[in-house]
Design a protein around this ligand. Structure first.
Ligand SMILES: [Zn+2]
Length: 114
C-alpha cells in the first residue's frame, strides 16, 4: 500500500535525525500531506500506527496536516494558501499556482535530546 511505503520512508528519515542528534526519544511528528498527492491522511495515520511499533517513533504523537494545492509568490517564493488572498503580502504581486503539492513533507520532529 502506498501509505505504508511513505510511512516507512518517514520513519527512516526520523531515525536518521535521531541518530544525527543523539536523541533519546521522539515525542512528536508533524507531516504535511499534499492535497494533490493522492495520500489519504486517515490511511496514513493507520499505517503509521501499525508500522511504528518497535521503531524510534513508537511513542511519537503524529499530526497530519492536509495541505491544499499551493500557490506561491513568483518573486520571493512565499507560499500562499488557497482561500487566502492570492497575492503576496510582502511583494504585492499576484500569486502563481505551484506544482500541485504532492507527496509528503516532514515538517517537524520533536526529539528528546540529552
Ligand atoms: Zn513575495
Amino acid at each position: 500500500m502506498h501509505e505504508y511505503s511513505l510511512v516507512q520512508a518517514l520513519v527512516e528519515r526520523v531515525e536518521q535525525e535521531v541518530g544525527r542528534r543523539g536523541a533519546l526519544a521522539v515525542h512528536a511528528l508533524t507531516v504535511s500531506v499534499g492535497e494533490l498527492g493522492g495520500v489519504d491522511p486517515e490511511l496514513f495515520r493507520t499505517a503509521f500506527e501499525t508500522f511504528r511499533q518497535g521503531t524510534v517513533c513508537a511513542q511519537a504523537e503524529l499530526t497530519v496536516r492536509l495541505v491544499p494545492a499551493r500557490w506561491s509568490c513568483p518573486a520571493c517564493g512565499a507560499a500562499i494558501e488557497k482561500g487566502a488572498v492570492l497575492r503576496c503580502p510582502a511583494c504585492d504581486l499576484p500569486a502563481r499556482m505551484g506544482e500541485g503539492s504532492d507527496g509528503l513533507t516532514l515538517d517537524r520532529v520533536e526529539l528528546e535530546v540529552p
